[in-house]
Design a protein around this ligand. Structure first.
Ligand SMILES: C[S@@+](CC[C@H](N)C(=O)[O-])C[C@H]1O[C@@H](n2cnc3c(N)ncnc32)[C@H](O)[C@@H]1O
Length: 342
């Protein structure tokens, strides 16, 4: 927002409670925008492959305390699910920057938002790591914004596309990079990594209880595909309980994905930069999906209060209600925290 723009109307206070049912929240969404994904989820109880249901939408929108005319950042644009609703809330007159590192999905999302009627004056897709949020704002002569939103991790499109190499359910090249033109693929990273480094990644990135035996078996190995890697994990631990086995494979994939994309380094840089990106009274809301992420967000926000950077932060976490968890299992691990800039 430029210097001359009048201050947006007062924010409506957010209680953190949302009594509405999942179906009620989504049934009013325009099917032309969201396709029939929500109907499919409601009918089948799971998210169809290749589609993305934005998580805790109403809770995120409420936490950001949006109003017409605001300028802000969606630091993890993804499929643009949250971005679309944010744009509706800040209309007329608002502006949203949508950051993402993914060169494959971001152009599709940009096209989708343009088709929904948001021109360059209202929405800009920025190919940037959220670690560089300050630079993204400074290069556009934006001193600070009214809100910043982040929905961490991978999108369903990334996870469900076998060619991206994130999934152990459908085999593909073992890649896992959100930006495939940067850094090492997961296959190369595993081949080059030491037992100690892999063990640390398994503990820090996924709280893996069998980190020692898994790292001894897997570090330095060459795995071409996601199914090769999943098989090697299964052989390394030999757990009879199939559910626990699946959870172990899932945790190892998560730990390697976080290492390959240097997700915690980026998250720390983003959280450090955040207070300077927000106007006084500006809001940040961050959705996390596992303990490593949530711990960081919680610590940075609490330290921000101590250091006089935030006047208020969420008390505890806001989580998806039972209906949303049932309809969209990907929401079960989501935790929302928010903060208000002093
Ligand atoms: C969970 S998805 C976001 C989904 C989005 N809220 C929606 O409703 O469609 C997370 C997105 O963040 C992107 N991402 C992950 N790490 C990032 C980083 N360090 N900087 C910028 N984008 C990142 C991923 O590429 C992915 O598209």
């Amino acid at each position: 927002m430029s210097e001359e723009t009048p201050r947006p109307p007062r924010r409506k206070r957010y209680s953190g409670k949302n009594p509405r049912r999942f179906e009620d929240k989504y049934k009013e969404h325009d099917p032309a925008r969201y396709g029939d994904t929500v109907a499919k989820v409601i009918a089948s109880g799971k998210t169809p492959a290749g589609s993305h249901i934005p998580i805790m939408m109403e809770e995120c929108l409420a936490a950001l305390e949006l109003a017409a005319g605001m300028t802000g950042v969606d630091a993890t644009l993804g499929y643009g699910g949250h971005a679309l609703r944010i744009l509706e809330k800040i209309s007329p007159g608002g502006k949203l920057l949508g950051l993402d590192v993914d060169p494959i999905e971001q152009p599709k999302t940009e096209a989708r938002l343009r088709a929904a009627g948001y021109g360059e004056d209202r929405f800009e897709a920025v190919r940037s790591n959220y670690a560089g949020i300050s630079k993204a704002l400074a290069s556009r002569d934006i001193a600070a914004v009214d809100f910043v939103f982040a929905d961490l991790g991978c999108s369903s499109m990334q996870l469900d596309d076998p060619s991206r190499g994130f999934s152990f359910k459908t085999s593909g090249p073992l890649d896992m990079r959100m930006n495939p033109s940067r850094g090492l693929s997961a296959a190369d990273w595993l081949e080059k990594t030491s037992v100690e480094k892999l063990e640390t990644a398994l503990v820090e990135n996924a709280d893996e209880p069998r980190a020692q035996s898994l790292s001894t078996a897997l570090a330095g190995g060459r795995f071409q595909t996601t199914s090769d890697f999943a098989r090697a994990i299964r052989e390394a631990v030999r757990i009879s309980d199939e559910e626990e086995m699946d959870l172990t494979v899932r945790r190892v994939f998560q730990a390697v994905r976080i290492a390959v994309n240097e997700e915690f380094t980026a998250l720390d840089a983003f959280l450090r930069a955040l207070p300077d990106c927000l106007k006084s009274g500006g809001r940040a809301a961050i959705l996390t999906f596992h303990s490593g992420e949530d711990r960081r967000v919680k610590q940075f926000l609490k330290a921000g209060v101590r250091d006089g950077l935030y006047s208020e932060i969420s008390e505890g976490v806001v989580q998806a209600g039972p209906e949303e968890r049932r309809m969209n299992p990907r929401s079960s691990s989501a935790k929302l925290r928010w903060a208000t800039r002093m």
